[in-house]
Ligand binder design. Structure first.
Ligand SMILES: C[S@@+](CC[C@H](N)C(=O)[O-])C[C@H]1O[C@@H](n2cnc3c(N)ncnc32)[C@H](O)[C@@H]1O
Length: 273
C-alpha cells in the first residue's frame, strides 16, 4: 500500500527530476494563470503573511504561483516533503519567499498570524478523509479574523472524473491521489471547520487526460498549425467557467472562505436566543 508520507513525496519529486518532464509548459502556464486570475478577482491580498500549503508547482517551476502572488507581506510556502520545499527554494527568483517542510495538518505558525492562505489541490491527497477536516481546522486556527482561504480540490462533478478514477486505480498516475469532491462537499467541509464561504466556482476547464494527450500530440507532430489550434481551443475552453456547465468541465472546485471575526462557540446551542 502506498503511504503518502514525506518520504513518499520526496521520491515522487526525485522521479520527476530523473524523468526530466513534469507538465507541458503551455498547460502549466494555463493552470498558473487560472489561479492568479482567481486571486486577482477574489482576494484583496493583505500586507500580513500569506501561505501556500504545498510547493509542488514551485519545485517544478513550470506552474509556480507563490512568487507571482502580489503580496505586501511575507510569502510563506510549506510542503510535507523536505525535498520539494528545497527544490522550490532553488527555483525562487529572489529572497522574497520563505520555504518550509511542514504538514498542512500541523502548521508551524502561531494562531491568527496569516492574512491569506492558498491551498491549490493540496488537501485531496490524503488517505484518510478526516484529514481534510483536520487541515481546514488548522488553516482556520492560523488565519487572522477576516483572513481568507482560497482552496481548490479535484472536482468530483467533472464529466471525466470516473475515467480519472479508473486511471488512478490502474496505477497510471505518477503519484498518490486521494478523494475528489463536489462543490457542495467542499462548502460543507469549510463550514464544518468554522469558515464562512463567500465565493465558489470551478477552474481549469481542460480535462487533465485530454489536455495531456493533446500536449503529447503537439510535441510528437511538431506541426505548428495543429499546435496553434490545440492551444486556442484549450484557451477558449476556459470560458466554460462563466457558464452553468462549469462544474461539469472544471478540473478543480474552488472556494473562497473567510475566518469570521468571532468564532461560533461549539458548545452554544444552535438556536439560542
Ligand atoms: C501531487 S501534488 C498536487 C498539488 C499541486 N498544488 C497541484 O495542484 O499540482 C501534492 C503536493 O502536496 C504535498 N502534500 C501532500 N500531503 C501534504 C500535507 N499533509 N501537507 C503539506 N503538503 C502535502 C506533496 O508533497 C506534493 O507536493
Amino acid at each position: 500500500v502506498t503511504r503518502p508520507s514525506a518520504a513518499y513525496w520526496d521520491g515522487v519529486s526525485e522521479e520527476i527530476q530523473t524523468r526530466g518532464h513534469y507538465l507541458d509548459a503551455f498547460l502549466g502556464q494555463l493552470k498558473a494563470q487560472a489561479y492568479l486570475d482567481l486571486i486577482e478577482r477574489w482576494v484583496d491580498v493583505p500586507d500580513t503573511p500569506v501561505l501556500k500549503t504545498d510547493l509542488f508547482e514551485e519545485s517544478n517551476a513550470v506552474d509556480a504561483l507563490l512568487w507571482h502572488i502580489q503580496a505586501g507581506g511575507l510569502r510563506l510556502g510549506t510542503d510535507l516533503s523536505p525535498r520539494i520545499a528545497a527544490r522550490a527554494a532553488q527555483h525562487a527568483p529572489d529572497a522574497s519567499c520563505v520555504f518550509l517542510a511542514a504538514d498542512a495538518r500541523h502548521l508551524p505558525f502561531t494562531t491568527e498570524s496569516l492574512g491569506f492562505v492558498l491551498s491549490p489541490s493540496t488537501l485531496d491527497h490524503f488517505e484518510s478523509l478526516s484529514d481534510l477536516h483536520v487541515s481546514l481546522c488548522e488553516i482556520n486556527r492560523t488565519l487572522r479574523p477576516g483572513g481568507t482561504l482560497l482552496i481548490t480540490l479535484a472536482n468530483r462533478s467533472n464529466i471525466g472524473d470516473p475515467l480519472r478514477r479508473l486511471v488512478i486505480r490502474l496505477g497510471l498516475v505518477p503519484y498518490y491521489i486521494g478523494a475528489s469532491y463536489t462543490i457542495s462537499q467542499l462548502r460543507d467541509e469549510l463550514q464544518a471547520a468554522g469558515l464562512l464561504v463567500c465565493r465558489e466556482t470551478a477552474i481549469v476547464h481542460n480535462p487533465r487526460l485530454m489536455a495531456t494527450a493533446v500536449a503529447m500530440a503537439t510535441r510528437t507532430l511538431r506541426w505548428k498549425a495543429f499546435t496553434r489550434l490545440a492551444r486556442r481551443t484549450m484557451l477558449a475552453m476556459q470560458r466554460f467557467e462563466g457558464t452553468r456547465y462549469r462544474y461539469a468541465t472544471g478540473s478543480f472546485v474552488a472556494a473562497l472562505a473567510v475566518k469570521p471575526d468571532r468564532q461560533a462557540d461549539p458548545e452554544e446551542p444552535r438556536h439560542a436566543l
